[in-house]
Design a protein around this ligand. Structure first.
Ligand code: PGA
Length: 247
């Protein structure tokens, strides 16, 4: 299982960041799960500089630029130089601040060009009874990865994160059987995009109120390869409880 801890802007000091890093190193060792920490950029720089563990680091977002006169932008190359090996791209909280499908696609390319594994986030805003959310997912996924070469496409990780399930509690997250259905659908769309070749190797993660109370059911029933965890990843006790259930 891959567990990506999206710290968002919840963690703002180095003491807390170090505590979470220490817990994560032990969890990765004890459970054999792949843990990727996505701290705010300056904290990533500090932690990743001294990293000799199996815990990996990921950017929460990367710039769509390639450097130069771009005040405030942090490029894929900078993240790679700081020790990141993953980059979350197209998170709904970035899309809400203006990331379009085209921009998301450019960011995927930049991440790949600098050796970062992009974690492409897709997810519908809400669910309707006539299945329009399925077309939305198909469109979002296809628009983001169609411009990539087959080789590039083979290197991405996908995170299905329905917006209605983000930042809530386990009881309001997606039900395991609904996630199982969506996972199958996403794999079918991927197989179409890849014309059947090698799409099975693309890991599909789930994110949206993953907590110790629902993680096991989702992992057992839904056919997914891991989780993108937000609020439960910044509480060391909750995060440990959650990851241990995936051992
Ligand atoms: P959440 O966030 O676990 O707090 O719902 C997940 C995410 O937005 O990646």
């Amino acid at each position: 299982m891959i567990i990506i801890a999206n710290w968002k802007a919840y963690v703002e000091d180095i003491g807390k960041a170090k505590e979470l890093f220490t817990v994560s190193k032990k969890l990765a060792k004890d459970t054999g799960n792949g843990i990727v920490l996505a701290p705010p950029a300056p904290l990533l720089g500090i932690l990743a500089a001294k990293n000799a563990s199996s815990v990996a680091f990921g950017a929460q977002d990367i710039s769509a630029t390639t450097g130069g006169a771009e005040t405030g932008e942090i490029t894929a190359q900078t993240y790679a130089a700081a020790g990141a090996t993953y980059a979350i791209v197209g998170h709904s909280e970035r899309r809400a601040r203006g990331d379009t499908d085209t921009l998301v696609s450019e960011k995927l390319r930049h991440a790949l060009a600098h050796g970062l594994t992009p974690v492409l986030c897709i997810g519908e805003h809400s669910r309707d009874t006539d299945g329009r959310y399925l077309s939305f997912i198909r469109e979002e996924l296809t628009t983001a990865i169609s411009p990539l070469t087959p080789r590039e496409r083979g290197k991405i990780v996908l995170a299905y994160e329905p917006l209605w399930a983000i930042g809530k509690t386990a009881s309001e997250a997606i039900a395991a059987d609904d996630l199982a259905e969506m996972t199958l659908y996403i794999k079918k769309v991927l197989a179409e995009i890849f014309s059947g070749k090698s799409s099975a190797r693309i890991p599909v993660l789930y994110g949206g109120s993953v907590e110790p109370d629902n993680v096991r059911a989702l992992a057992e029933l839904a056919g997914i390869d891991g989780f993108l965890v937000g609020h439960a990843s910044v509480d060391p006790r909750l995060f440990a409880l959650l990851v241990k259930q995936l051992a």
